[in-house]
Design a protein around this ligand. Structure first.
Ligand code: AMP
Length: 191
């Protein structure tokens, strides 16, 4: 399975990605996590990414695309993968299409988690208290929602028109959302 999980910041992508990866025995690859690891290690990639992340803006496509290309070429991603937080722009969709085609595969499903905006902000403010992420301040949270609406929400229609979109209600308990995702993906893996 080659899967994507999408949704606005705070929709629960990271939490759900871990469960999906486990169920399908594929790595859950989070571009945000890779960037944060690079920031923590002080690598040149981390230094570059941090400027954008701290402002709630997207890291430039060329940087993100080559990072993902390298990551999905690793042996553990050979049987499949779940991308969490990528693609986020139309240019990234095109680049990912190329990467997947080059290896003779296709994207099987795109799960999009839906959630109302006030709930998202509340969840992120809560996460700010527990995880202390540098980009979880209220201004940056709001900017990240705007950037998502402008640059990433249009991708939903792209994947819908390809017939691979699975819209899942992301509101409610974590377990309930996981069960909804599994039900949606079971229909894909059986077809
Ligand atoms: P996330 O953990 O997915 O919320 O990502 C945290 C931050 O990393 C984002 O706000 C962006 O600054 C950066 N980032 C993660 N994924 C991407 C991507 N696909 N394209 C550009 N920037 C990204």
């Amino acid at each position: 399975m080659r899967l994507i999980i999408m949704g606005p910041p705070g929709a629960g992508k990271g939490t759900q990605a871990a469960f999906i990866g486990e169920k399908f025995e594929i790595p859950a690859i989070s571009t945000g996590d890779i960037f944060r690891a690079n920031v923590a290690d002080g690598t040149p990639l981390g230094v570059e990414a941090k400027r954008y992340m701290d402002a709630g803006e997207y890291v430039p496509d060329e940087v993100t695309n080559s990072m993902v290309r390298n990551r999905i070429a690793e042996p553990d991603a050979e049987p499949g993968f779940l991308l969490d937080g990528y693609p986020r722009t139309v240019a990234q969709v095109e680049e990912l299409d190329q990467m997947v085609q080059d290896s003779g595969h296709r994207i099987d499903a795109v799960v999009v988690l839906t959630c109302d905006e006030e709930e998202l902000i509340a969840r992120l403010l809560q996460r700010a208290e527990t995880d202390g992420r540098a980009d979880d301040t209220e201004d940056v949270i709001r900017r990240r929602q705007e950037v998502y609406t402008e640059q990433t929400a249009p991708l939903i229609d792209v994947y819908r028109s390809r017939g691979v979109l699975q819209e899942v209600d992301g509101m409610g308990e974590v377990d309930e959302v996981t069960q909804r995702i599994f039900a949606a993906l079971d229909s894909v893996s059986e077809s």
